[in-house]
Write a protein that binds this ligand. Structure first.
Ligand code: FAD
Ligand code: NAP
Ligand code: SF4
Length: 715
């Protein structure tokens, strides 16, 4: 199999090997533009015969929460309009159920009657006004639905919903096919350019396709020919009611990553049958939601699964959309150039930066606000039933609410000092300057980024450097006066005669009062992440996000390549891209931890419960696989040369460790604020305190960046 000048093996090497790392490094450094490409593949039109897409960028489906409530449709329209204006070729909406049984949540979004048309037209008209195209995703959740009407191929409960499904009868299947067709036809009447049928991630159609969930003995169960009958009938019926001049995307699961998933041969058979049934193009999905292999979090190597799309592309004639962990135009362009797909799907990267495409086309790729795959404001919100937004772009999902209006005239320009160039200060400085204010940004350190400079040293979080690179580009673009190596005090502020002072000085690590805490064997997480020597047996005090990160950092061996090469990552998680066994799983490589680690917290119960819903399990699994002992309900009694004395369940014990690392949370640093809660002197500057400086408890970068943007939007 060959892709232009490259073979499949070359492509795998390119993505997992040196060339890829060169691109990665270049993105994180000032040499970024030196390796910039022309993006000719990514920006090329796609002629589908009956319609054209203006480029190869597909905004993949992303549930925002706004689709579920009719009163949110004007906001949803504004959200899509910004992405269409930013140049996306094809937008796919969040999942809309074809009927009540298919709801993901009670009263989820539907398009099953003419009364829904008005709301949906708001979306299609907004996108078309900006020259874009939009497809409605039809998603039937099957047994993943979190509501009592759930149905599936067989009556088998999923591990991620408490509701046991009812097995669809043959009549129920026929009705489901009609419901899909009705939804597609209504989508066409609402002005959508097409639909995407969600056939991956373990939803209903996947549940019919795989023996894991399909135990039927009728014409819809047993052989793969029977298991794919429902998907084929749906595509045929949709094509029949919508005609030939309508985009029908089918999102197919390329690797299920669960036992009882399909084999590669079956997947190809399904794809070819769906192609014959009338699919316009395939989007690709990786892994079921219940899979215990991460597929999109930060630690997943970029484009880790792209070789599977390349294999599918070789087996079908219609275009294939490559997906998963593609978040820069360099990676997207390289994938298309090497034949891994015909289009690239990016969902979260378009949340992070609606102007991704236009910046790429204008040679401003270094200005893209890159999605760092943290899931903190998008998927974690969705799972908590909150509106999705984005950690690095707090305007996402709030396009009509958080407005960065240009200052109305020269007399409205304010002179603003921002103290602290961490995420909060960077966000405030860049938004204020983009509006036209005169901004001076100070930091005591030698570089911008604040704690993100530590976060990016954690294995799997290297991409946090992208956020610093983005802010650097914005400081330059908007002419912010940046003064590094400058510790600000009240006298320095007085010299500047500022109208506004934004205090974004962040935090100081907490040092708990444990006897012996000042001993030479005690380090703070800051010391450790900056490279202080750490012994072979370690106790980590505090199991918040940073305690987990530091433990992962300590499992890394000096000299191991970072970011982790794709093949090593696949071996670690037991993924076989050849899909030799059902679901593409294999035995994971046994861990060989370089250290013995105890991760401790005072709270009783399981550790890491405060971590994100969609990423916490990955951190817990990584530590567990590496033998990290995670203990809750611990009291710290004493530290000495012997180690750390703890008490647990009434019994005292010495952990005989070489090093104790303190990750016990943080306290606000806001000594610059004239007086906590008091207003500043009359005639003096207005003070605003944001980020960690305002409240250290439960601080994360999502809040820091949002507070910076909000304060600057209101100046
Ligand atoms: P900071 O980032 O602390 O920045 C404050 C800045 O102010 C510093 O650069 C400091 O030098 C400067 N400063 C202080 N005093 C002065 C002065 N007098 N004059 C001039 N400059 C001064 N958050 C997440 O949301 N997700 C994560 O996955 C995540 N991972 C993390 C991993 C690690 C290892 C660490 C350490 C943090 C992580 N965080 C994460 C937390 C996140 O980095 C912080 O919430 C965020 O940095 C807080 O932003 P801030 O701007 O308020 O403060
Ligand atoms: P944190 O999440 O608040 O955790 C602090 C830990 O220290 C807790 O385990 C706490 O547990 C313990 N602790 C608190 N006071 C203590 C004391 N006096 N003595 C001993 N232990 C004490 O804070 P963090 O880990 O420093 O992280 C800071 C912020 O960064 C967090 O809000 C987090 O959201 C963010 N972050 C997020 C991620 C992520 O993956 N999303 C990663 C890193 C950081 P007990 O009180 O039970 O002992
Ligand atoms: Fe990406 Fe994180 Fe923003 Fe989600 S919240 S879009 S994962 S940067």
């Amino acid at each position: 199999m060959s892709y232009g000048a490259m073979t499949c093996a070359d492509l795998e090497f390119f993505l997992g090997g040196l060339a890829w790392r060169a691109v990665y490094r270049s993105c994180a450094s000032n040499t970024y533009t030196a390796l910039c490409m022309s993006y000719q593949h990514l920006l090329a039109e796609l002629d589908l015969g009956f319609t054209r897409l203006r480029n190869r960028v597909v905004m993949g489906s992303m549930h925002t929460g706004m689709e579920d409530r009719f009163w949110h449709y004007p906001k949803l329209a504004a959200y899509f309009r910004e992405r269409a204006k930013g140049g996306v070729g094809l937008i796919v909406t969040g999942g809309i159920s074809p009927n009540r049984e298919g709801w993901l949540l009670p009263f989820g979004g539907t398009l099953n009657s003419v009364f829904d048309l008005r709301n949906h037209r708001l979306l299609t008209e907004a996108v078309h006004a900006e020259g874009g195209k939009i497809a409605l995703q039809i998603l039937h959740a099957g047994r993943y639905g979190y509501q009592p009407f759930v149905v599936s191929a067989s009556a088998l409960k999923s591990p991620i919903s408490k509701f046991k499904p009812r097995a669809l009868s043959v009549a129920g299947i026929a009705k489901t096919v009609r419901d899909y067709a009705r939804c597609a036809r209504l989508a066409q009447r609402a002005g959508y350019d097409g639909i995407e049928i969600m056939g991956s991630e373990g939803y209903l159609l996947n549940q019919f396709l795989c023996p894991r969930t399909n135990r039927r003995d009728d014409q819809y169960g047993g052989s793969i020919g029977n298991r794919m009958r429902l998907a084929c009938e749906i595509v045929e019926r949709v094509r029949a009611v919508c005609g030939e001049r309508f985009i029908v995307v089918y999102r197919i699961s390329l690797i299920d990553l669960v036992e009882g998933g399909n084999t590669w041969e079956e997947t190809v058979q399904v794809a070819q049958a769906l192609e014959a049934a009338g699919v316009t193009m395939f989007n690709t999905g990786i892994g079921w939601h219940e899979a215990r292999v991460p597929t999109i979090v930060t630690s997943v190597p970029r484009a880790a699964f792209a070789s599977l799309s390349a294999r599918l592309k070789a087996s079908v004639k219609v275009p294939v959309i490559v997906s998963n962990r593609i978040n820069t135009p360099e990676v997207a362009e390289a994938l298309l150039a090497q034949g891994a797909g015909d289009l690239v799907s990016m969902a979260r990267p378009l949340l992070a930066d609606p102007e991704f495409v236009v910046k790429t086309a204008e040679g401003r790729a270094q200005e893209i606000n890159t999605c760092i795959a943290c899931n903190q404001a998008c998927l974690d919100h969705t799972f908590r039933n909150q509106r999705a937004s984005c950690l690095v772009n707090p305007r996402a999902g709030r396009e009509t609410e958080l407005l960065y209006r240009p200052v109305p005239g020269p007399q409205a320009v304010r002179s603003v000092a921002v103290v602290g160039a961490g995420p909060a200060g960077l966000s405030a400085a860049t938004v204020a300057a983009s509006r036209g204010h005169r901004v001076t940004l100070f930091d005591a350190g030698a570089s911008i980024g604040g704690q993100f400079n530590l976060a990016m040293r954690v294995p799997g979080k290297e991409e946090f450097s992208e956020t610093i690179r983005y802010f650097q580009s914005q400081l330059q673009r908007h002419g912010v006066d940046v003064r590094l190596d400058t510790r600000v005090d009240p006298a320095l502020l007085a010299l500047g005669a500022y109208d506004d002072v934004i205090v974004a000085t962040g935090i100081v690590p907490r040092r708990p009062a444990i006897p012996g805490i000042d001993g030479p064997n005690v380090l703070s997480y800051v010391d450790v992440l900056r490279g202080a020597p750490v012994g072979a047996r370690v106790a980590v005090i505090g199991a918040g996000g940073i305690g987990f990160d530091v433990s992962e950092f300590l499992l890394h061996r000096a000299g191991d390549p970072l970011p982790m090469p794709r093949d090593a990552w696949l071996d670690e998680w037991g993924v076989d891209l050849a899909v030799r066994e059902r679901g593409g799983l294999k035995a994971p490589t046994p861990a060989q931890p370089p250290r013995e680690i105890w991760l401790l917290q005072r709270k009783a119960g399981k550790l890491g419960m405060g971590l994100g819903k969609t990423s916490g399990w990955v951190h817990r699994a990584t530590l567990a696989r590496n033998g990290v002992k995670m203990l809750g309900g611990v009291s710290y009694r004493e530290i000495s040369a012997r180690g750390l004395k703890i008490e647990r369940d009434g019994a005292q014990d010495w952990l005989e460790v070489d090093t104790i690392v303190v990750c016990a949370g943080q306290e606000s640093l806001r000594d610059l604020h004239p007086a906590d809660g008091a207003t500043a002197q009359a005639g003096g500057p207005r003070y605003h305190v944001i980020g960690g400086a305002r409240v250290a408890t439960e601080l994360d970068a999502k809040r820091a960046i949002r507070e910076g943007a909000e304060v600057a939007a209101a100046l």
